[in-house]
Design a protein around this ligand. Sequence first.
Ligand code: ATP
Ligand code: MG
Length: 424
Amino acid sequence: MLFSKLLIPTLKEAPQEAEIVSHKLMLRAGMIRKVASGVYTWLPLGLKVLRKVEGEVRTAMNNAGAQEVLMPMVQPKELWNETNRWEKMGKELLRFRDRHDRDFCLGPTHEEVITDLIRNNVRSYKELPINAYQIQTKFRDEIRPRYGVMRSREFIMKDAYSFSVNEKCLDESYINMRNAYKQILQNIGLDFKIVKADSGAIGGDASEEFHVLAENGEDTIAISTNSEFAINTELLLEEGEDIKSLEGKDSPDGKGIMQIKKGIEVGHIFKLGQVYSNDMNASVQSQEGRSSTLYMGCYGIGVSRIVAAAIEQNNDEKGIVWPVSIAPFDVNIIAIGFDKNEKVANAATDLYEKLSNQGYDVILDDRKAGFGAKIKDSELIGIPMNIIIGKLYVEKNEIEMRTRDGQISLVQIDDLEVIFNHFK
Ligand code: ATP
Ligand code: MG
């Protein structure tokens, strides 16, 4: 892609509205722009990253045997009445009426719609387990939207729902999704913890959250120094425990000492059991020929929140430092004098094609600007590798390869093998 053809309105200063670093950098890098409180447009650069996160999530879901569906954002009141959530959800549920005076809401989550689908279309235990997921827009009328897409009103979530014939099968589906979530965050390259959590408005018996560790996280979590033990302090508060007294204490599992950290909740998995299937009469015929109420699990991961969380965990004074897996581009070819010097323009275009043919995601900075402005933008946007084609190339056929963390090496432009090796 040519830099000059993309809408990447970078900013020198962060607008006043931004409080935390990820929000500031997403605005400065021209990734998002606000339309209304908690409602954003994703610009080309932001959308590229969002799609890469979606790709990681989709691959992991498909590998785990889940099947993709797409449910509507608009949902009828009747379904929400069946679980009493039309009332229970309170003001977070955005309700509206159509021209025939029928009540609808914008889906904040999809338990009712998926349970309705399964009860109407699955008859026998033989068809189970089923795990269906979607990657879709949610709307929650958050009381305090803030931090950009981190806590917005409209956002993208991947939500998956499993249906099983008994508790043991639910446990298996839950572990399967738990492993898939671990895989997603590991593949993206984030530092995270799995934390025991409160089930909240979704309900059910057991739940765990996936937290990306970052100073600006909204949640306070207690984690052990030497084991996997971690718990959301929200849960401790509910049980009347005192968080302060926990610091420096032995972990409840006897391994390590408890530490307090800040986390960003990017994923939440629940064993719902029979809560929704009871309310909505969702059953199948069991092996013994009886009607058997379904066991359900639900599994949400915040696709748009992961973009912000990744920045919150990976940035420096110059800008974003993307994990390579979700960087908008793998490499930026910075051509100095692209518009004036034919030799530079040809070499840059040629290298662009060679790298693209190798499968790299390449941007070519062909703008009429100097090296200073171009490298600043590239560092702000967080592209992992820069290839600079300028004076050195004109004089000695040399190009400069410069990583986002500032490591520089000079390479002969014809030495393709050396160039490709830098990406390994
Ligand atoms: P929170 O406690 O942050 O409000 P939640 O417990 O309400 O989150 P879930 O209902 O479990 O969230 O939704 C699953 C995932 O969707 C969350 O882990 C998070 O990544 C994402 N998410 C939830 N609310 C928002 C929001 N307002 N903006 C962006 N992402 C969100
Ligand atoms: Mg919430």
